[in-house]
Ligand binder design. Sequence first.
Ligand code: PFF
Length: 452
Amino acid sequence: MAARGHFSNRLGFILAAAGSAVGLGNIWKFPFEVEKGGGAAFVVLYLIFCFALCFPVMVTEIAIGRKTEKNPAGAFVALGFPKWKYLGILGIISGIIILSFYNVVAGWAFGYFIEMAQGNFEIGNQFGDFITNIWKISLYAILFMGATALIVSKGISGGIERAAKILMPSLILMILGILLYSFTLPNAMTGIKYYLIPEFSELNLATIGGALRQAFFSLSLGMGALITYGSYFSKDENIIASAASITLFDVGIAFFAGLMLFPLVSYSTGGDMSNIQGGAGLIFTVLPGVFQSLGPILGIVLGSLFFLLLSFAALTSTVSLLEVPVAYIVDEYKANRNTAVIIMAVIIFVTGIPSLIGNGYSEIFTNFVTYVGADHPTDFMTFLGQVADIFLLFGGCLIVTFAAYVWKKENLHAEIAQGYEGYHQSFVKKFINITVSYVCPVLLGLLFVLVI
Ligand code: PFF
């Protein structure tokens, strides 16, 4: 069997893992979650969750992966706890579920790039028609899955790492460019205030649960994506410093994406933030009109740049989502990487069909669930998103519990200490110790029950 792939250095690992973290979750989902959660108070909560709860989970996932050099299911077996492999399998299933709908939205983003490049600013008003144009969005979804599969088939350093090294810096440049421009627009300040000044009275249980789910999804935690990436990470590198960089990167990009979007939104509403239209469609419905108002040339340039940016961000995430089941098949069934990639890409695309047609085209999947007590039907994609969020929280809670009490803290610390001289005497060790043993299991368990 071919040797297992490896990231070539720490930067490669950080960019690839940050690429997994930074995605539609940051640029598409974060702003509308902020809007739903009542603005800046949500942002503050989100930041606390990322650093206090998610960072230790991330460190634990990377440590388990690096120690075992295995996929999420194989990792638990390699540590000597074969029954726990079902936790890894749950993670792999979560990855398949997420990618099935994520790829559909990524396809929309790519489709919008094409529309914007042609100067079709009307697309914002035609969002409903666009997402029910079944042939068009199927084509985009196939193209996106194809690009993802191509990168994953090239392996770790030659595919995933190389793509991240090109796409991530481009993403940062594009965000900064649009952000600076958005600050110059009329009413920009109103949007920024809405985003940055917290109204703590708006906080409620739903907001707290929403912020936690968003933090988990955004950092790609709870399903073993970072166990998988950690399994390709060198023993000489510092896990704590890498996890801190990935978290900062992800939080930073979500923060800047909001800073870039809210001035645009407030510009488009003439400064009235009480009535932002859009929800999940926020960027797809509101932004094309904003770009149009910048004039044809600037509008085309910034508009297509924005949706290209969104597609890039999505691509480094879809790659990590596909890598999880692929690593499982390659490790456990000794399959050839290309074969594993093709099989999984096809299975996941087919699993995504209900999400593809569930936005108005198919009545059944559009009104898939009517919650008890709620008066609005929920489409299939939203339903899957909620299921996946629950799986991720559940997975994250059990992964830290496993590490602290089954695998044992000493072993976790020993793995982290490799590549981090002085870890045993450090404050970070105390932080990881307390969070992994008590804070994460208890709080995540509690919040998990709340979210359900
Ligand atoms: N973190 C990605 C985003 O915010 O868009 C989504 C994601 C990727 C979730 C990979 C989970 C995962 F394993």
